[in-house]
Design a protein around this ligand. Structure first.
Ligand code: GUN
Length: 283
């Protein structure tokens, strides 16, 4: 089976268009536009690119973005003081602290300081709890983007066997929870999983989020399976995903490219979350 591409680029453009339309209506009614504060500590080159892409997406959708670029030596106390200030500022709707944090900063300590109502990444324990309980809350952007791209492609989820590679807090665990809520049967695999190939071959849908270039090979994928590639690996030959795209595409029914797949969806869902945070603060 020759796999059809799921274009995250096209789907994310449509979503950003919907956000843009709503933001334009808000502004036309005389209210201020939604505002996202992006905090980047240190000089991680990949993070700088991500933050720049987030800024561009805000600009295109009419969302105001305010950047806080901090020295890599910033103390936890100083960073928390900034977050408190943003929490208490009624003109800030969303707060995003780009990960990874440099040096000795503790991610969980910092993320817990962000007000759950402004937590557009959905990483605060309150939002994690709401996700698990399946009650309204801000959902992590990459997992939300994956579910959205599957739905908008018309892929039926109920009853499907999903194999997730990776158990991170950012992708693996939340996407497993979201797909469970879509009535999928979910298996999470990780570095200690035994018989990985056989498990993967059972999957109707495979979500690869392990950060290993071309890890998912053709022999791990059932004929007609859907492959969602979350990996963004920088190699000597340029960017590549966690799936061996050139070969896997021949057996998959649908496959996401890297770049242009999940990446743009993450940013589109960040715009959606910022608008949601704005609406819940102002209505
Ligand atoms: N680093 C890698 N992915 C993400 C993300 O989705 N949000 C934040 N804040 N940092 C990241």
């Amino acid at each position: 089976m020759a796999g059809e591409l799921i274009s995250g680029k096209a789907i994310s453009k449509a979503i950003r268009g919907e956000v843009k339309e709503e933001v334009a209506k808000i502004v036309a009614s005389g209210k201020r536009a939604p505002v996202l504060a992006v905090v980047l500590a240190g000089k991680d080159p990949a993070s700088e690119i991500y933050v720049n892409n987030k800024k561009k997406a805000c600009h295109k959708t009419g969302i105001t973005s305010i950047e806080h670029i901090l020295d890599e030596k910033i103390s936890e106390k100083e960073l928390i003081t900034l977050i408190d200030k943003l929490n208490n500022d009624p003109d800030i709707d969303g707060i995003l602290v780009q990960l990874p944090l440099p040096g000795k900063l503790h991610e969980h300590v910092v993320l817990e300081k962000i007000s759950p109502t402004k937590d557009v990444d959905g990483f605060h324990p309150v939002n994690v709890g709401r996700l698990v309980a399946n009650t309204p809350g801000l959902r992590p952007c990459t997992p939300a983007g994956i579910v959205e791209m599957l739905k908008r492609t018309g892929i039926e989820l109920s009853g499907k066997k999903v194999i997730i590679l990776g158990r991170s807090n950012i992708v693996g665990k939340p996407v497993a929870t979201m797909l469970l809520h879509e009535s999928c049967t979910v298996t999470i695999c990780h570095s200690r999983t035994r018989g990985l190939k056989e498990i993967c071959r059972r999957g109707d849908i495979i979500v690869a989020a392990i950060g290993k270039p071309k890890f998912v090979t053709k022999d791990m994928v059932k004929d007609g399976a859907v492959v969602i590639d979350v990996g963004i690996n920088r190699t000597d030959n340029g960017l590549c995903g966690d799936a061996d795209f050139e070969n896997v595409k021949d057996v998959a029914s649908y496959i996401t490219p890297v770049p242009g797949g999940v990446g743009p969806m993450t940013i589109a869902m960040l715009m959606v979350n910022t608008l949601t945070a704005y609406k819940s603060a102002t209505t």
